[in-house]
Design a protein around this ligand. Structure first.
Ligand SMILES: Cc1ncc(C[n+]2csc(CCO)c2C)c(N)n1
Length: 221
Protein backbone atom coordinates (compact mmCIF):
# COMPACT_ATOMS: atom_id res chain seq x y z
CA UNK A 1 0.00 0.00 0.00
CA UNK A 2 1.24 3.48 -0.86
CA UNK A 3 1.87 5.78 2.07
CA UNK A 4 0.25 9.18 1.91
CA UNK A 5 -0.90 12.03 4.15
CA UNK A 6 -3.83 9.99 5.47
CA UNK A 7 -1.46 7.20 6.52
CA UNK A 8 0.48 9.77 8.50
CA UNK A 9 -2.70 11.06 10.14
CA UNK A 10 -4.00 7.57 10.89
CA UNK A 11 -0.70 6.72 12.58
CA UNK A 12 -1.44 9.50 15.08
CA UNK A 13 -5.23 9.36 15.16
CA UNK A 14 -5.57 9.86 18.95
CA UNK A 15 -3.35 12.94 18.96
CA UNK A 16 -4.96 14.23 15.75
CA UNK A 17 -8.47 14.01 17.18
CA UNK A 18 -7.35 15.60 20.48
CA UNK A 19 -6.07 18.52 18.40
CA UNK A 20 -8.95 18.97 15.92
CA UNK A 21 -11.76 18.49 18.45
CA UNK A 22 -10.06 20.21 21.39
CA UNK A 23 -12.38 21.84 24.00
CA UNK A 24 -10.95 25.22 22.94
CA UNK A 25 -12.31 24.61 19.41
CA UNK A 26 -15.67 23.46 20.81
CA UNK A 27 -15.75 26.74 22.76
CA UNK A 28 -15.18 28.75 19.57
CA UNK A 29 -17.88 26.76 17.79
CA UNK A 30 -20.43 27.20 20.60
CA UNK A 31 -19.38 30.82 21.27
CA UNK A 32 -18.78 29.84 24.91
CA UNK A 33 -14.99 30.26 24.91
CA UNK A 34 -14.13 32.89 27.56
CA UNK A 35 -12.78 36.07 25.93
CA UNK A 36 -9.52 35.99 27.99
CA UNK A 37 -8.81 32.48 26.63
CA UNK A 38 -9.16 33.69 23.03
CA UNK A 39 -7.23 36.89 23.75
CA UNK A 40 -4.28 35.01 25.19
CA UNK A 41 -4.35 32.48 22.35
CA UNK A 42 -4.54 35.15 19.64
CA UNK A 43 -1.79 37.33 21.12
CA UNK A 44 0.53 34.33 21.35
CA UNK A 45 -0.56 33.32 17.85
CA UNK A 46 0.71 36.67 16.55
CA UNK A 47 4.18 35.76 17.88
CA UNK A 48 3.73 32.22 16.58
CA UNK A 49 2.96 33.49 13.06
CA UNK A 50 6.21 35.47 12.92
CA UNK A 51 8.17 32.27 13.41
CA UNK A 52 5.96 30.25 11.07
CA UNK A 53 6.51 32.87 8.39
CA UNK A 54 10.23 32.31 8.99
CA UNK A 55 9.72 28.54 8.67
CA UNK A 56 8.01 28.99 5.28
CA UNK A 57 10.94 31.27 4.40
CA UNK A 58 13.24 28.37 5.24
CA UNK A 59 11.09 26.17 2.97
CA UNK A 60 11.54 28.76 0.19
CA UNK A 61 15.29 28.56 0.74
CA UNK A 62 15.26 24.74 0.59
CA UNK A 63 13.14 24.56 -2.56
CA UNK A 64 14.53 22.87 -5.65
CA UNK A 65 12.25 24.28 -8.32
CA UNK A 66 9.94 27.21 -9.01
CA UNK A 67 6.86 25.18 -8.17
CA UNK A 68 8.08 24.32 -4.66
CA UNK A 69 9.40 27.82 -4.17
CA UNK A 70 6.15 29.51 -5.19
CA UNK A 71 4.07 27.19 -2.99
CA UNK A 72 6.08 28.08 0.14
CA UNK A 73 6.19 31.75 -0.80
CA UNK A 74 2.38 31.76 -1.11
CA UNK A 75 2.05 30.35 2.42
CA UNK A 76 4.51 32.94 3.73
CA UNK A 77 2.53 35.71 2.03
CA UNK A 78 -0.81 34.41 3.37
CA UNK A 79 0.54 34.65 6.91
CA UNK A 80 1.98 38.14 6.43
CA UNK A 81 -0.84 39.64 4.31
CA UNK A 82 -3.95 37.90 5.68
CA UNK A 83 -3.61 36.00 8.96
CA UNK A 84 -1.55 38.69 10.73
CA UNK A 85 -4.15 41.27 9.68
CA UNK A 86 -6.96 39.42 11.41
CA UNK A 87 -4.95 39.09 14.62
CA UNK A 88 -4.04 42.77 14.61
CA UNK A 89 -7.69 43.77 13.95
CA UNK A 90 -9.08 41.62 16.80
CA UNK A 91 -6.41 42.95 19.17
CA UNK A 92 -7.13 46.55 18.14
CA UNK A 93 -10.77 46.01 19.18
CA UNK A 94 -9.49 44.98 22.61
CA UNK A 95 -7.29 48.10 22.79
CA UNK A 96 -3.98 46.33 22.10
CA UNK A 97 -1.86 47.85 19.31
CA UNK A 98 0.60 45.97 17.11
CA UNK A 99 3.70 47.38 18.85
CA UNK A 100 2.59 46.05 22.24
CA UNK A 101 1.75 42.69 20.64
CA UNK A 102 5.31 42.48 19.44
CA UNK A 103 6.64 43.25 22.93
CA UNK A 104 4.71 40.43 24.65
CA UNK A 105 6.80 37.72 26.31
CA UNK A 106 6.59 34.43 24.43
CA UNK A 107 4.77 31.66 26.27
CA UNK A 108 6.56 28.34 26.67
CA UNK A 109 4.03 26.70 24.34
CA UNK A 110 4.83 29.25 21.63
CA UNK A 111 8.56 28.85 22.09
CA UNK A 112 8.35 25.04 22.10
CA UNK A 113 6.22 24.70 18.97
CA UNK A 114 7.84 27.36 16.76
CA UNK A 115 11.42 26.41 17.56
CA UNK A 116 10.59 22.72 17.14
CA UNK A 117 9.38 23.33 13.59
CA UNK A 118 12.38 25.50 12.72
CA UNK A 119 14.71 22.83 14.11
CA UNK A 120 13.03 20.11 12.02
CA UNK A 121 13.69 22.27 8.98
CA UNK A 122 17.31 22.97 9.81
CA UNK A 123 18.19 19.41 10.75
CA UNK A 124 16.27 17.66 8.00
CA UNK A 125 15.29 18.22 4.38
CA UNK A 126 12.30 19.92 2.78
CA UNK A 127 10.04 16.92 3.48
CA UNK A 128 10.87 16.97 7.22
CA UNK A 129 10.00 20.66 7.28
CA UNK A 130 6.71 20.23 5.40
CA UNK A 131 5.68 17.35 7.67
CA UNK A 132 6.40 19.53 10.72
CA UNK A 133 4.32 22.34 9.16
CA UNK A 134 1.43 20.09 8.06
CA UNK A 135 -0.59 19.98 11.32
CA UNK A 136 -0.68 23.78 11.20
CA UNK A 137 -1.50 24.26 7.53
CA UNK A 138 -3.79 21.26 6.99
CA UNK A 139 -5.13 20.95 10.55
CA UNK A 140 -6.84 24.35 10.68
CA UNK A 141 -8.89 23.47 7.59
CA UNK A 142 -10.14 20.37 9.42
CA UNK A 143 -10.80 22.45 12.53
CA UNK A 144 -12.94 24.90 10.54
CA UNK A 145 -14.70 22.02 8.78
CA UNK A 146 -15.46 20.29 12.08
CA UNK A 147 -16.93 23.57 13.38
CA UNK A 148 -19.03 23.94 10.21
CA UNK A 149 -20.50 20.44 10.53
CA UNK A 150 -21.41 20.53 14.25
CA UNK A 151 -25.06 21.06 15.13
CA UNK A 152 -23.97 22.93 18.30
CA UNK A 153 -22.17 25.61 16.27
CA UNK A 154 -23.48 29.13 16.85
CA UNK A 155 -23.66 31.01 13.55
CA UNK A 156 -25.53 34.13 14.69
CA UNK A 157 -23.48 36.76 16.56
CA UNK A 158 -20.60 34.37 17.21
CA UNK A 159 -17.71 36.67 18.28
CA UNK A 160 -15.28 34.20 16.72
CA UNK A 161 -16.97 34.17 13.28
CA UNK A 162 -14.23 36.18 11.51
CA UNK A 163 -11.66 33.72 12.82
CA UNK A 164 -13.71 30.70 11.65
CA UNK A 165 -14.32 32.26 8.22
CA UNK A 166 -10.62 32.82 7.62
CA UNK A 167 -10.06 29.06 7.64
CA UNK A 168 -13.03 28.41 5.31
CA UNK A 169 -11.60 30.77 2.68
CA UNK A 170 -11.32 29.16 -0.77
CA UNK A 171 -7.74 30.37 -1.44
CA UNK A 172 -6.63 28.85 1.86
CA UNK A 173 -8.42 25.57 1.12
CA UNK A 174 -6.72 25.47 -2.28
CA UNK A 175 -3.33 25.84 -0.56
CA UNK A 176 -4.30 22.95 1.73
CA UNK A 177 -5.21 20.73 -1.26
CA UNK A 178 -1.89 21.57 -2.94
CA UNK A 179 0.04 20.74 0.23
CA UNK A 180 -1.73 17.39 0.56
CA UNK A 181 -0.87 16.50 -3.05
CA UNK A 182 2.74 17.57 -2.54
CA UNK A 183 2.98 15.39 0.58
CA UNK A 184 1.17 12.42 -1.00
CA UNK A 185 3.64 12.38 -3.92
CA UNK A 186 6.67 12.41 -1.64
CA UNK A 187 5.40 10.11 1.10
CA UNK A 188 4.67 7.41 -1.51
CA UNK A 189 8.41 7.18 -2.20
CA UNK A 190 9.92 6.93 1.31
CA UNK A 191 11.13 3.77 3.05
CA UNK A 192 9.26 2.39 6.09
CA UNK A 193 12.08 3.58 8.39
CA UNK A 194 11.91 7.08 6.98
CA UNK A 195 8.13 7.05 7.24
CA UNK A 196 8.40 6.10 10.93
CA UNK A 197 10.74 9.06 11.47
CA UNK A 198 8.32 11.44 9.72
CA UNK A 199 5.44 10.04 11.77
CA UNK A 200 7.26 11.01 14.97
CA UNK A 201 7.72 14.56 13.67
CA UNK A 202 4.07 14.79 12.64
CA UNK A 203 2.84 13.40 15.97
CA UNK A 204 5.01 15.80 17.98
CA UNK A 205 3.82 18.81 15.95
CA UNK A 206 0.21 17.67 16.44
CA UNK A 207 0.75 17.41 20.23
CA UNK A 208 2.23 20.92 20.21
CA UNK A 209 -0.88 22.20 18.39
CA UNK A 210 -3.17 20.74 21.10
CA UNK A 211 -0.92 22.27 23.79
CA UNK A 212 -1.31 25.65 22.07
CA UNK A 213 -5.12 25.51 22.44
CA UNK A 214 -4.72 24.30 26.04
CA UNK A 215 -2.51 27.31 26.77
CA UNK A 216 -5.46 29.54 25.82
CA UNK A 217 -7.88 27.65 28.08
CA UNK A 218 -5.44 27.68 31.00
CA UNK A 219 -5.05 31.47 30.70
CA UNK A 220 -8.78 31.89 31.43
CA UNK A 221 -8.34 30.00 34.70
C1 LIG B 1 -1.06 27.56 16.56
C2 LIG B 1 -1.55 27.76 15.17
N1 LIG B 1 -1.61 26.71 14.35
C3 LIG B 1 -2.05 26.87 13.08
C4 LIG B 1 -2.46 28.10 12.62
C5 LIG B 1 -2.99 28.27 11.22
N2 LIG B 1 -2.00 28.74 10.31
C6 LIG B 1 -0.88 29.39 10.67
S1 LIG B 1 0.15 29.70 9.36
C7 LIG B 1 -0.88 28.92 8.29
C8 LIG B 1 -0.49 28.72 6.84
C9 LIG B 1 -0.62 29.89 5.99
O1 LIG B 1 -1.87 30.45 6.08
C10 LIG B 1 -2.02 28.48 8.94
C11 LIG B 1 -3.16 27.80 8.28
C12 LIG B 1 -2.38 29.19 13.51
N3 LIG B 1 -2.74 30.42 13.13
N4 LIG B 1 -1.94 28.99 14.77
Amino acid sequence: MLQNFDTLKNACSDQWQAYIQHPFVAGISEATLPTPAFQHYLQQDYLFLIHFARAWGLAVYKSRDMNELRHSLDNLKTIVDTEMGLHVAYCREWGIDEASLHDLPEAQETLAYTRFVLDCGHRGDLLDLHVALAPCLIGYAEVAEWIATRSQTVTVDNPYQAWIDMYRDEDYLEAVRRERLWLDERLAEVSPARFAQLTTTFRDATRLEAAFWQMGLDAAG
